[in-house]
Design a protein around this ligand. Structure first.
Ligand code: ADP
Ligand code: 5GP
Length: 185
């Protein structure tokens, strides 16, 4: 069963498993488009420019903001991130659902600009498990992990503003729940 064209926002604290769940949904529903954001953060080892993110410098990012190319943008964990609007409209016009994996500021901005978007918040089973996942991923320094865990508290407070909350206890179960929510009209 293919999923209907819809703008879907997936938010949740860093390390909760957003990328893992979105990849699982795309593996079982290849029609789903994963929006590629622009960011001023440095690429992590193994990240591919144009696939994981479009990595840009501060000046290029400012240009994208001032030309109105971004549907939303925010400063998150010390870097800038933004969603190019054109790729969202192209996906929807072609009949594809598109997932924006963005922070809570971005999610709230999308709610204002695109009221028909579906906002999904991914929660960890516990904060201890969130810390374990973030450290286990091994992609951030200890200081960066601490910063992301501190930010997680504020992010979790925004969960009630979202349409749906999914606890990422078991990744396969949570990915199935995500796909079910996306299937609803
Ligand atoms: P995010 O995109 O939210 O920052 P990731 O998808 O990178 O998070 O997941 C963070 C880490 O947690 C990864 O190492 C991933 O393999 C692991 N992970 C994701 N979901 C689960 C789960 N349900 N149970 C245990 N580990 C998980
Ligand atoms: P990371 O550096 O771990 O890839 O992402 C850090 C945070 O930035 C995550 O919460 C992620 O969802 C968020 N993010 C990624 N792209 C965007 C975007 O385009 N806009 C906004 N607002 N947040 C984003």
């Amino acid at each position: 069963m293919s999923l209907p064209p819809r703008l879907v926002v997936v938010s949740g604290p860093s390390g909760v498993g957003k990328g893992t769940l979105v990849n699982k949904v795309i593996a079982s529903h290849p029609e789903v488009v994963h929006s590629v954001s622009c960011t001023t953060r440095a690429p992590r080892p193994g990240e591919i420019d144009g696939a994981d993110y479009r990595f840009v410098d501060d000046e290029t990012f400012r240009g994208l903001v001032s030309s109105g190319a971004l549907l939303e943008w925010a400063r998150v964990h010390g870097a800038h991130y933004g969603t190019p609007e054109a790729q969202v409209d192209e996906a929807l016009a072609a009949g594809h659902p598109i997932i924006l994996e963005i922070d809570v500021q971005g999610g709230i901005a999308i709610r204002e600009k695109r009221p028909d978007a579906l906002l999904i918040f991914i929660e960890p089973p516990t904060m201890e498990e969130l810390a374990r996942r973030l450290m286990g991923r091994g992609t951030e320094t200890e200081a960066e992990v601490a910063r992301r865990l501190m930010n997680a508290v504020g992010e979790m407070e925004m969960a009630p503003l979202y349409d749906v909350r999914i606890v990422n206890d078991d990744a396969d179960r949570a990915a199935t729940e995500l796909a079910c929510e996306m299937a609803k009209a």
